[in-house]
Design a protein around this ligand. Structure first.
Ligand code: GTP
Ligand code: MG
Length: 229
């Protein structure tokens, strides 16, 4: 797909802080350090649109990135100076959110993010796509199972849920692992099993690597669904 431009719009920590619901949205969720912010950069071909870190806990708010906004203003609009209400018909938001499962984030903070995410998935009228990132080398953790359950129960029908197995550029090491491409059959089986248990339907599964750009076209296939909202 052609990305004309992507701009940071705003950051939110509650429903009230979200930008006006005037276009479709694709949200990137998953455990801390799974590669959400890196994937936002990979699909938009940008190096540091979203800030990434080797250390978990980097993203601390819901960050709204406006894709395909009106051309011509790129140089005038500084980081954070986004002017709302001025959009192309096929503009949509990519929403990068804080990760879950990182013990060093205070419990109160984790709970606040998780409440916000639950409400956002249930009630954000313009949400169209949920990309649930799972580490392709390790498979789902308890929090992945919990969020999948929540999604199975509360996700509106018009929201497309997609499982993304990240870091598929690295071969899986360890005993009893039979490599299947860059993601082991063991991990894949666990993912499919977790999805089936949690009633998320036959969720599509995409393998990605922000290093090799694996899965970029597939990501865009679903992001288009947000643009057409
Ligand atoms: P939080 O903001 O803490 O929730 O993390 P995040 O999910 O946004 O992760 P982030 O994108 O910051 O990446 C975490 C680390 O994983 C960084 O060191 C990245 O370079 C690395 N990483 C991300 N994607 C990939 C990938 O596809 N392959 C490899 N090898 N490393 C990756
Ligand atoms: Mg991040």
């Amino acid at each position: 797909a052609l990305v004309r431009r992507t701009l940071f719009n705003t950051g939110a920590v509650s429903m009230e802080g979200c930008p006006e619901a005037d276009r479709g949205e694709a949200v990137f969720i998953g455990r801390s350090n799974v590669g959400k912010s890196s994937l936002v950069n990979m699909v938009t071909n940008r190096k540091s649109l979203a800030y990434t870190s080797k250390r978990p806990g980097k993203t601390q708010q819901f960050n709204y990135f406006a894709v395909n906004d009106k051309p011509g203003k790129e140089k005038e609009v500084k980081y954070g100076d986004y002017v709302p209400g001025d959009k192309d018909p096929d503009s949509f938001y990519m929403v990068d959110v804080p990760g879950f499962g990182f013990a060093k984030v205070p419990e109160k903070q984790r709970q606040a993010w998780s409440d916000f995410l639950a409400e956002y998935i249930k009630n954000r009228s313009t949400l169209r796509v949920i990309f649930h990132l799972i580490d392709g080398r390790h498979g789902p953790i308890d929090e992945d199972n919990n969020i999948m359950k929540q999604i199975g129960e509360t996700k509106p029908d018009n929201v497309q849920y997609v499982i993304v197995l990240t870091k598929a550029d690295k071969n899986v090491k360890g005993p009893n692992v039979t490599n299947m491409g860059k993601v082991s059959k063991d991990v894949l089986d666990k993912v499919i099993d977790t999805a089936r248990k949690n009633n998320v339907g036959t969720a599509p599964i995409i393998l990605t690597s922000s290093e090799t750009k694996l899965g970029r076209d597939e990501m865009w296939k679903y992001m288009r669904h947000a643009a057409e909202a």
